[in-house]
Ligand binder design. Structure first.
Ligand code: PTJ
Length: 255
């Protein structure tokens, strides 16, 4: 479908088209389209902008990634479809390994996603030949690489499901999530939940990584003082403020 660039929702419609094409190409799953719709709904409430509390979480995430000894970025179908380049740039900046981990896993889909990441510039992407399992998970999400997610100390998991986020935390890892749903189990379970849109969040984390790489004192300070509960409280309070503002606008219009 050709979307006119003058359409007021052009960017959002183009993103949807990207995902639909990725579904047709066997990269994203239909469930991924549903997940995207949920994300979009939350992004409306956030005004489709990165909130101040999300920025704080993104800086903390960068500090934990820079500090990590074995950081890994986990990629699924939606992430590959929407942000392959952003993932590769961030992985190079940290530097971190990339591992494809799929809920709806098949060998063909795994290979397509690895190829797509390769086209975006990634080398040595893990995922196709797992040699370990994440304890406590029955789904194919449990399959992992010892040299990747299984052995990682810090894992960035964009658009994750809550079960795996919880299982990774149980393994003692620092889990950084990117999920627009401020109430999801993933957001609740992660060590550093980023409540922001994927394609805004990843380049912002990359920018902070580049800032913090040469400043170990600041990295230590941020990772020591980051307060997850306080940050999530600020996210909810930001949402409340946005909704109150919208109510006021409507009251004025009603007069
Ligand atoms: O590729 P697979 O087989 O691994 O499957 C991937 C999906 C996304 C289908 C799978 O991980 C899944 O079912 O995820 P959930 O449990 O639906 O969670 C996805 C979360 O991501 C939801 O809470 C959405 O609000 C959120 N989300 C969706 N799109 C975005 C987003 N968050 C940030 N940015 C987005 N673009």
């Amino acid at each position: 479908m050709k979307i006119p660039p003058t359409h007021p929702r052009y960017t959002s419609l183009m993103t949807r088209e990207k995902l639909v094409r990725a579904w047709k190409a066997g990269v994203a799953v239909p469930e991924g389209l549903i997940a995207h719709g949920r994300g979009e709904a939350f992004d409306y409430l956030f005004g489709e902008e990165t909130s101040a509390p999300a920025l704080v979480a993104e800086k903390a995430a960068a500090a934990f990634l820079v500090r990590g000894k074995r950081p890994v970025i986990s990629v699924n179908g939606n992430v590959a479809a929407l942000a392959a380049r952003e993932v590769v740039h961030l992985a190079k900046a940290i530097p971190a390994k990339i591992e494809v981990n799929l809920f709806h896993r098949s060998a063909a889909r795994m290979n397509r996603i690895v190829r797509l990441l390769g086209t975006a510039g990634a080398r040595d992407v893990l995922g196709p030949r797992p040699d370990a399992r994440i304890p406590g998970l029955d789904s194919k999400r449990a399959l992992a690489h010892r040299a990747g997610i299984h052995g990682a100390d810090v894992v960035l998991v964009p658009l994750e499901d809550g079960d795996r986020a919880e299982a990774l935390v149980r393994m003692g890892k620092v889990v950084i999530s990117v999920d627009l749903n401020p109430l999801s189990r993933t957001t609740m379970m992660a060590t550093v939940p980023i409540v922001d849109e994927l394609t805004r969040a990843l380049p912002t984390v990359e920018k902070f990584v580049k800032e913090l790489r040469g400043d170990p004192k600041e990295v230590e300070r941020i990772s020591r003082t980051y307060d997850k509960a306080g940050n999530l409280k600020a996210v909810y309070s930001y949402l409340g403020w946005r909704l109150k503002g919208l109510m006021k606008t409507q009251q004025h219009r009603g007069r």
